[in-house]
Write a new protein. Structure first.
Length: 452
């Protein structure tokens, strides 16, 4: 055997072994690093889930954040301490590293929370200042008839602005602009309030404080004040002129004397309104007198002297109706319905319901039985929905009149009364109103009876 082969057979290559302890140290260090990373993740998750939750720290607004900050800081510290206590490290170095990370994380999060607290307190403080300024304006407007309160509200607002300037370190220009802006708002809203109340003091305040108003508001406010002055002057002139009870031609002569065309126009408007209001008042007054006179007549026990109780200051139609009523009661002791009058009144309901509701129906006491009068007058007080149903009934009834060629008022009266009676019986039996389909069937049934 050669020397070379001999050497090869007797020598084998091998790696130098590393001790088991060294391998273990390396694994522990890596394992500790993962534990620290896990700790960091836990803190980050806490921050995201607790602070940024919809009910978390960053959802707290205004002054409340100052109260909540210590609670969340303590919760954070307690959370981190618990997490660290749950972790065991291979050596003191890694434990110190974890504590160092804890302090860094804790301080960083606390700092952000503190910044947020300061930001919210600043917002809250600004809101309080602005609310105080708004309250000063509102108080002045509410007590605008008291000059002392107006002035005290204004002075209080200036003190608020001074406090804002000191707190926020405003320079002279910022402070001056803030005062200028507030004065514009203060006097604009005050003048506008006088305008809304039709108070001529709006003109007085505008002339006195117009230089404090913003340019874009001054012209608009001036226009509103001028319109108010025109209205007030015209109203007072018209009111006095109307009190003279002049004829139409005499009023025209007085209007012609007014040189200002705008004032003249508005005087005409107000005179027209006064006439309309007077007419409505007189009509209602006559309506009330007529109604009361009818009630007096119908409640008399000694009816032989009823004619003495007729109010002859009322219109001829009323006097004529009462004489007819008295005559019928004396002759037969009751009123028999004039069927043509009933049909006429029933149709008037649907021709102009608003007019019908306001009509004085009292004079129909002489034309309708008590039952029929109560029926007709009851339609003056129905709801909009009830009117829609009644109107539908009437349209269907008119259609049936045409179908069977029903022209006599006597027949139409009987037809309508039968339909109404059917509706009332249904309601009494079923404890509810009939629906449209059922009502139409009743109308068809009555139509069938008349067509035969």
């Amino acid at each position: 055997m050669s020397e070379e082969n001999k050497f090869s057979n007797n020598f084998s290559m091998r790696k130098i072994p590393v001790s088991n302890k060294q391998n273990q140290d390396i694994d522990d260090i890596n394992f500790d690093k993962i534990k620290i990373l896990e700790l960091c993740n836990s803190i980050d998750k806490w921050e995201q889930e607790i602070l940024f939750d919809e009910k978390g720290f960053y959802s707290v607004k205004g002054k409340d954040v100052k109260e909540k900050l210590p609670e969340f800081e303590k919760e954070l510290e307690d959370f981190i301490n618990v997490k660290i206590s749950e972790v065991s490290f291979s050596d003191d170095f890694m434990k110190e590293k974890a504590l160092e990370i804890k302090d860094n994380k804790l301080n960083a999060i606390k700092l952000k929370m503190k910044f947020y607290e300061q930001e919210q307190l600043q917002i809250w403080q600004t809101d309080i200042f602005e609310e105080a300024l708004n309250c000063a304006v509102t108080r002045a407007v509410l007590y605008k008839s008291d000059d002392n309160i107006i002035q005290s509200s204004f002075n209080n607002a200036l003190e608020v602005i001074e406090a804002m300037a000191q707190k926020e370190n405003w320079n002279i220009k910022i402070k001056s602009d803030k005062i200028k802006k507030f004065k514009s708002k203060f006097y604009t809203e005050l003048i506008q309030s006088f305008i809304e109340d039709k108070d001529i003091k709006a003109s007085v305040f505008f002339d006195k404080y117009k230089d404090f108003l913003d340019e874009d508001l001054k012209e608009k406010t001036q226009t509103a004040v001028n319109k108010l002055k025109t209205n007030v002057i015209a109203y007072n002139f018209a009111k006095e002129l109307f009190s003279y009870k002049l004829s139409a031609s005499e009023q025209e002569k007085e209007l012609a004397k007014i040189k200002d065309n705008d004032i003249k126009k508005y005087v005409g408007f107000f005179l027209s309104d006064f006439k309309s209001d007077e007419k409505k008042f007189n009509e209602q007054d006559l309506k009330n007198k007529n109604y009361q006179n009818w009630q007096t007549l119908m409640s008399l026990e000694e009816f032989d002297k009823a004619i003495l109780y007729v109010d002859y200051t009322l219109d001829d139609e009323s006097i004529k109706a009462k004489k007819s009523y008295i005559k019928q009661i004396k002759n037969s002791g009751l009123i028999i319905t004039d069927k043509s009058k009933f049909v006429e009144l029933f149709s008037e309901i649907f021709e102009d319901y608003e007019k019908f509701k306001q009509s004085d129906l009292s004079n129909n006491y002489c034309s309708l039985s008590k039952e029929d009068f109560d029926l007709i007058i009851g339609y003056q007080n129905i709801t909009d929905n009830q009117f829609l149903i009644l109107n539908s009934d009437y349209k269907y009834i008119k259609k049936k009149f045409n179908e069977i060629n029903l022209k006599s008022d006597d027949d139409k009266y009987e037809f309508i009364k039968l339909v109404i009676s059917s509706f009332e019986k249904y309601k009494e039996t079923n404890k509810k109103e009939a629906d449209i389909e059922t009502r139409n069937k009743f109308i068809e049934s009555v139509t069938s009876r008349f067509s035969k």
